[in-house]
Design a protein around this ligand. Structure first.
Ligand code: FRU
Length: 499
């Protein structure tokens, strides 16, 4: 048997049960051999993962769903896969929660959110339907999960069509309860092809009124907005979203599409508007974050999880029949009016053997760790005069590696994929850089999991996420520089427990 290389629309939209079981077994077997699979990031057994959906806490557990196409590394007919956790670290697979099996979602159960109402976890999603001419219709749908874990879809949509003046690029409902009402935000496109976030409200989710487009900027948010997500941090509304086709003069970015946010003073749903919203910021300064979903957890934290992957980009693991994973869970906080993202404290549970490192940066590279299994956490603190570079995923000759250049003196950090093995997406540039305050100590907290690297700078002030697909001998970590001191810790991380 061979992996499918040519994906026609017919094949991508073939219902899963019509596939030969032998192909699925062959696919699983091929993927199992990969050395790029993650150990502690959520990923499906096979096929493609994209957006996180329905992130919630219900019935004593954390629940997370994600967009899944199980038959290959392509955007085929999507389901919601379900995982649950007691500690935000070990995620058990609960199988497929929502299949594309109704007349309102037969070409894909697209992204959405979850909200606990009474005894149920209510899931809001977009049903994607194509007609014979491949014209799209989008329906906003609900499903209900009881305490027994059984999920039932509603028979009819809560929003059967976009409002007048909008196209059927109309998806990714986020539901929230705020000031005694239910609110629903949707990513949308006007008939003039402008991206918008639309707002609905009502006493119940079955009886929603259209309030209008959310006013938070005078600038154009590109041709489409995907995955709008409103959360409240210390009472301030923070809107996360993905504008497609955003003018780079509005916000500079290099990825095909950015994942952005604004912070406002208040959410006025009747207008509807975010009052005094900040200008747009990039949520992640790396290469591969999209469709981040956050929610206000009952324990008071604002928790977020991202898709580590991008639409319309090919990745090296495609050749093995799989693509993408979710990020670790991040806590969102506001400090001095700025958004901070930090790994949730529960991740400490993954730490195993610890090694401490310290010294002066010198042009002769210091070995921070060698022959790792590329599954570790590395925390490094640098003095304010530090200048140097950290090589991750390096071979012994230091020919291939992911390079982190830093200059605390002049306030700069960059992540460089120019010299990695198995390069990809080079047309979007191979480096990502970030300005920092000058002459300030620099701290890095880095999570490496085989082909994923998440870098938290200065206690979560900035995050840079990158996929890297190393060759088997690229497992060393080196540090070199011209000035400054460093100290830190290295931990091997255990695998996620998922059975
Ligand atoms: C974002 C997205 C969503 C859509 C889903 C389909 O990555 O395009 O807008 O609901 O993926 O899988």
């Amino acid at each position: 048997m061979e992996l499918i290389k040519k994906w026609t629309d017919d094949l991508r939209y073939l219902p899963y049960h019509q596939w030969d079981d032998k192909y699925q077994l062959f696919l699983n077997e091929t993927i199992r051999k990969s050395h790029w699979r993650q150990s502690y990031h959520v990923q499906p057994k096979s096929g493609l993962l994209n957006d996180p959906n329905g992130f919630s806490y219900f019935n004593g557990k954390w629940h997370l769903f994600y967009q899944l196409y199980p038959m290959g590394p392509v955007h085929g007919v999507k389901s919601w896969a379900h995982v649950s956790s007691e500690n935000l670290v070990d995620w058990q697979s609960e199988g497929i929660a929502l299949l594309p099996d109704s007349p309102y979602d037969k070409h894909g159960v697209y992204s959405g959110s979850g909200i606990v109402i009474g005894d149920e976890l209510v899931l809001a999603y977009t049903g994607n339907v194509r007609d014979a001419d491949w014209t799209r219709t989008s329906y906003q749908m609900l499903a209900h999960m009881g305490r027994d874990g059984v999920i039932t879809k509603d028979a009819t949509p809560i929003i059967p069509a976009p409002p007048e003046g909008y196209t059927h690029e109309f998806r990714d409902p986020q539901v929230l309860f705020y000031q005694n009402k239910y609110w629903l935000l949707i990513g949308a496109q006007t008939e003039e092809l402008e991206g918008k976030v639309l707002v609905y409200s009502g006493e119940t989710l079955e009886d929603l009124q259209f309030e209008g487009p959310l006013d938070f900027t005078n600038q154009s948010m590109g041709f489409m907005v995907e995955c709008p997500n409103l959360i409240f941090i210390e009472d301030k509304p923070v809107l996360l979203f993905c504008p497609q086709g955003l003018d780079k003069n509005i916000m500079d970015y290099q990825n095909i599409y950015p994942n952005t946010y604004v912070i406002a003073d208040t959410f006025d749903g009747e207008q509807p508007a975010l009052k005094n919203a900040s200008s747009l910021s990039n949520l992640d300064h790396g290469f591969d974050v999209y469709a981040t979903q956050a929610f206000n957890a009952p324990d008071g934290r604002a928790l977020a999880v991202s898709w580590i992957g991008l639409p319309e980009v090919e990745y090296p693991s495609d050749s093995e029949g799989w693509a993408h994973c979710l990020s670790i869970i991040k806590e969102l906080q506001l400090k001095n009016g700025q958004l901070y993202q930090t790994p949730v404290k529960e991740l400490i549970e993954l730490r195993q053997d610890q090694t401490s490192v310290s010294g002066k940066l010198s042009p002769k590279a210091a070995v921070i760790a060698d022959k790792t299994n590329n599954c570790y956490e590395l925390v490094l603190d640098f003095s304010a005069d530090s200048q140097g570079r950290l090589l991750l995923y390096s071979d012994e000759e230091m020919e291939h590696s992911l390079v982190l250049d830093f200059d605390a003196k002049n306030g700069m950090i960059s992540v460089d994929r120019t010299h990695v093995s198995n390069p990809f997406a080079q047309e979007y540039g191979t480096t990502r850089s970030l300005s920092l305050e000058e002459n300030k100590p620099l701290s890095l907290q880095i999570f490496v999991d085989h082909s994923v690297c998440e870098i938290f700078v200065n206690g979560g002030q900035h995050v840079l996420t990158a996929r890297v697909f190393p060759a088997e001998n690229e497992k060393d970590v080196y540090l070199e520089g011209t000035s400054g001191d460093f100290s830190g810790d290295f931990w091997c991380l255990r695998n996620m427990k998922n059975d």
